[in-house]
Write a protein that binds this ligand. Structure first.
Ligand code: HMG
Length: 391
C-alpha cells in the first residue's frame, strides 16, 4: 500500500522585511545577506500570529469536510509552541472543527519535529488504512535584534495531510536517521530567543547529511543518478548547497547539473520567507513542486531533515500521477503577492512586542491581520483564538 503526502498547505504572515534594507541598517554589505546567506525577504509575525494560528491557517486552506472527518491524528511539530503542557495540536483541532475522535499531540526535536510526525503518521496509516493524519510544522525563528542569527529568522507553517493512496507523493520505506548530542543551537526554557554556535551548527548539518547519505546509499543501493531532486531543511538557502556540493562529484556532470538546478528551484519560497524551523524542508519541497512545472510523475525526490541538538534523517518519495492538480499553486502565489513590506523600525517594534505574563487581560486588534485565524487576546493566562470564517 502506498502511504504519503496527499495535500500540502502553507502559510506565512502578511508582513516581511527586505534583507537589503536590514543589511543597510545593520551596516553589513547587502550581498552578504542576499548571496552569502541567500535570503531576500524575511517573514515577520505580528503579535496576532503564533505557532498555533500559523499552522491552523496553513491547514484550513487544504482540508475539505471529508478530510476533517477522516483525520484521527493531529501531530504538531514545533519548537516555538505556546504552552509547556497543552499541545498546540489541541488548539488547531478545535479551530478547524476536526473529528473529536482523534489524537492530538505536539512533537519536539528542533527543526526535525515535523519529520518525526510524518514517520509516525506513516506507521499509523499502515495500521488504520482509512484514516488521515494532519502533520503540522509551525514556528517563529527568533535569535534577537543585532545578532548574527538575525538574518536567518523567519516565520511560517506547513500542513501536510498524510494518507493511503496519496495524490502528491508516496513515501518510500528506506530511510536513514542519526542522533548525536551536539550544542549547536538550543533555546533554554527561560528564553524566547534561540542561541546558536553558528560555525558548529553549519559543520554539524554538513556532517549529518554526509553520514545519512552514505548509509542510505549502502542500504538502498541507490545513488544521485536515481534522484530527480534533493531537497533540504533550509535555515537559509545557502545551507543545503554547502552540504550537497562537496559530495556531488561522485556522480556524472549531467546529474550534478540537474541536482544543482533543481536545488536552486527548491529554495525559491524559503528565500522569501526565512527559516521556519520545522516546516522549512517541506516549504522547500513545495517550492520545487510548485515552481518546476516540468517535474514528471514517478520522479524520486530526496529529503534531508535536520534538527539541531541533533537529529538528521534522509528519506525519499515518489511523485504520483497528476500530482500538480493537487497543489495549491494559485493560493500560494496570491499569498506571496499580498504581503506587505515593513521598515526595519517597524520590524524591530513588532519583534519587541510581548503578551502579558501576569494574567492581565489584553485584546488584540485582529482587523489589521488579514489571516482567517488569529490570536485575539489573552485572558487569565489563556490564549483566545478566533477563526474569522466562523462569524
Ligand atoms: P555570520 O557569522 O553572520 O556569517 O553567520 P559568515 O561570516 O559566516 O558569512 C556567511 C556567508 O556569507 C559566508 O559564506 C561568507 O563568505 C558570505 P560561506 O563561507 O558560508 O559560503 N559573505 C559574503 N558573500 C557575498 N558578499 C559579501 C559577503 N560577506 C560574507 N559581502 C550564520 C552566519 C548562518 C552562521 C548565522 O546567521 C547563524 O548563526 N544563524 C543561525 C544558525 C543557523 O542557521 N545554522 C544553520 C545550520 S543548523 C540548522 O539548520 C538548524 C536550525 O534550523 C535550528 C533547528 O534545528 O531548530 C538553525
Amino acid at each position: 500500500m502506498k502511504i504519503g503526502i496527499d495535500k500540502i498547505g502553507f502559510y506565512a504572515p502578511h508582513l516581511y522585511v527586505d534583507m537589503i534594507e536590514l543589511a543597510e541598517k545593520r551596516g553589513v554589505d547587502p550581498d552578504k545577506f542576499t548571496i552569502g546567506i541567500g535570503q531576500d525577504k524575511m517573514a515577520v509575525a505580528p503579535i496576532t500570529q503564533d505557532a498555533v494560528t500559523m499552522a491552523a491557517n496553513a491547514a484550513s486552506d487544504i482540508l475539505d469536510d471529508a478530510d476533517k472527518q477522516a483525520i484521527d491524528f493531529v501531530i504538531f511539530g514545533t519548537e516555538t509552541g505556546v504552552d509547556s503542557s497543552k499541545s498546540a495540536a489541541v488548539y488547531v483541532h478545535e479551530l478547524l472543527g476536526l473529528n473529536p475522535y482523534a489524537r492530538a499531540i505536539e512533537v519536539k526535536q528542533a527543526c526535525y519535529g515535523a519529520t518525526a510526525g510524518i514517520q509516525m503518521a506513516k506507521a499509523h496509516i499502515a495500521m488504520n488504512t482509512d484514516s488521515k493524519v494532519l502533520v503540522l510544522g509551525s514556528d517563529i525563528a527568533r535569535y534577537g535584534l543585532h545578532t548574527s542569527g538575525e538574518a536567518t529568522q523567519g516565520a511560517g507553517a506547513v500542513a501536510l495531510l498524510i494518507s493511503a493512496d496519496p495524490h502528491i507523493m508516496a513515501l518510500e520505506d528506506q530511510s536513514v536517521y542519526f542522533t548525536a548530542d551536539v550544542m549547536d543551537f538550543w533555546r533554554p526554557v527561560y528564553s524566547d530567543k534561540a542561541f546558536a554556535d553558528g560555525k558548529l551548527s553549519n559543520e554539524q548539518y554538513i556532517a549529518f547529511f554526509s553520514k545519512v547519505w552514505e548509509q542510505y546509499k549502502a542500504k538502498s543501493g541507490l545513488g544521485f543518478e536515481d534522484f530527480e531532486a534533493m531537497t533540504f531543511h533550509l535555515p537559509y538557502t545557502k545551507m543545503g548547497k554547502k552540504a550537497l556540493n562537496p559530495v556531488l562529484d561522485e556522480t556524472t556532470e549531467d546529474v550534478q547539473e540537474r541536482l544543482k538546478s533543481n536545488y536552486q528551484i527548491s529554495t525559491g519560497y524559503n528565500r522569501n520567507v526565512g527559516n521556519i524551523y520545522t516546516g522549512s524542508l517541506y516549504l522547500s519541497l513545495l517550492s520545487l513542486l510548485e515552481q518546476k512545472d516540468d517535474l514528471q510523475a514517478s520522479a524520486r525526490i530526496g529529503m534531508f531533515s535536520y534538527g539541531s541538538g541533533a537529529v538528521g534523517e534522509f528519506f525519499t518519495g515518489i511523485l504520483q500521477n497528476d500530482y500538480r492538480n493537487y497543489l495549491c499553486i494559485k493560493q500560494h502565489s496570491a499569498l506571496f503577492a499580498s504581503r506587505r513590506e515593513v521598515t526595519v523600525e517597524e520590524y524591530e517594534a513588532i519583534f519587541e512586542e510581548t503578551l502579558p505574563t501576569d494574567g492581565a487581560r489584553v485584546e488584540l486588534d485582529v482587523k489589521n491581520d488579514p489571516a482567517e485565524i488569529c490570536l485575539a487576546g489573552v485572558t487569565a493566562h489563556k490564549r483566545q483564538y478566533v477563526n474569522k470564517s466562523n462569524g
